[in-house]
Structures are given as C-alpha cells and as structure tokens.
Write a protein that binds this ligand. Sequence first.
Ligand code: FMN
Length: 184
Amino acid sequence: MTRHSRWAGRAVPELEKAALCPVVTARRDLRRGVRDVPVPDAALARILATAHLAPGAGRSRPWDFLLVQDRGTRVAMHALSMRQREAFAASLHSARVKGFGDIEVEAILDAPLDVVVTSGPARGGRHMRGRRTEVQTAAFSTACAVENLWLAARAQSPGVGSVSFFDERERARTLALPSQEEIR
Ligand SMILES: Cc1cc2nc3c(=O)[nH]c(=O)nc-3n(C[C@H](O)[C@H](O)[C@H](O)COP(=O)(O)O)c2cc1C
C-alpha cells in the first residue's frame, strides 16, 4: 500500500465538505469576543489533535504547543508585548500612530487560554527529508499547524487572536524555553 492510499480512497462526507469553506471564512483574527469564554477540555483536545494533523517536511512535526496557564507568566508575557507595541508605535509616523492606537493588538490577559507555538528547525536530526537544503521548511510546517489550530479553534470555540509583538530572546527567557536550536 502506498503512503496514505487508504485516505485517497475515502471520500469526505458531504456535510463535512460543506462545513469547510464556512469555517475557513469565519476563522478571522479574533480577540474581543473571545473573553471570559472558557475552552472545555474536550474542545481543547480536539483543537490540539487537529493542529497536530498538519503536514510537516519529512514528518518532522517541528512544532510544540505550550498552554500557558500560570498567571505570573501571562502577566510577564503581556508586559513584553506591550513594550514591543510601544516601541513599534514610536517607530511610526504620527498619522499612522493615530490609527494604530485604536487597534487591539493582544488579549493575552483577557483570553481564557494562551498558547505559545514553538518551531524547532533541528527537530528529528540532520537527515530529515525535505529539510536538508531548505531549513525554512520547519517554519512552513509550523505555520500549517498554526492554521489547523486556528481553524479548529474557530469550529470548536469562539476563536483565536494571534500575537507576535515579542522580542524572541525575551520571550524565550520568560517562558524558560531552550534556544531555538535545542527545541526538539
Ligand atoms: C504570524 C502572524 C502573526 C500575527 N501577529 C499579530 C499581532 O501581533 N497582533 C495582531 O493584532 N494581529 C496579529 N496577527 C493577525 C493579523 O493581523 C490578521 O491575521 C490579519 O490582519 C488578517 O485578518 P484575519 O486573520 O482576521 O483575516 C498575526 C497573524 C499572523 C498569521
């Protein structure tokens, strides 16, 4: 049997086919409506399982999802993102700052759950298929997993808001992460 041939022969049921496009359309980057709505464990398990189904170069699965529940860590992450947000605002021309001030860039303390996504470019060792000449395939694979998570979260819960206002090294230190090269 060739790789995944049992899946190739299995049609997607009509109802599920019909659900895909509305979920993709409704995904959106959400933060206001997600407040105070806890994610039930069963929904979270389904969301993470769906994220892990993402394609990955050489089946490397270079991602990890860290569920950040500790309040102190969330407060520290929030402070880091606010600092980067202010630095970004300070770098803008005044007309742009005006619009930026109204944009909600994060909901780290308001969301019921914070998830940190890591991507390990060395995951699986040096001989990983599909990554030998293109190391960025690790990041591409992780992006696929994030999209899976985003879609599943929209289907199973109010949704996801993405935050990337961090200095990488500050974030790694606050979360006590190993250096990128060491993440397995
Ligand atoms: C990798 C990545 C990082 C992002 N970081 C932020 C962010 O720091 N703050 C924010 O408000 N939105 C962030 N977003 C959300 C984008 O602004 C949003 O996806 C884009 O405006 C399109 O809107 P939509 O997702 O609702 O279609 C991020 C999205 C991606 C894919």
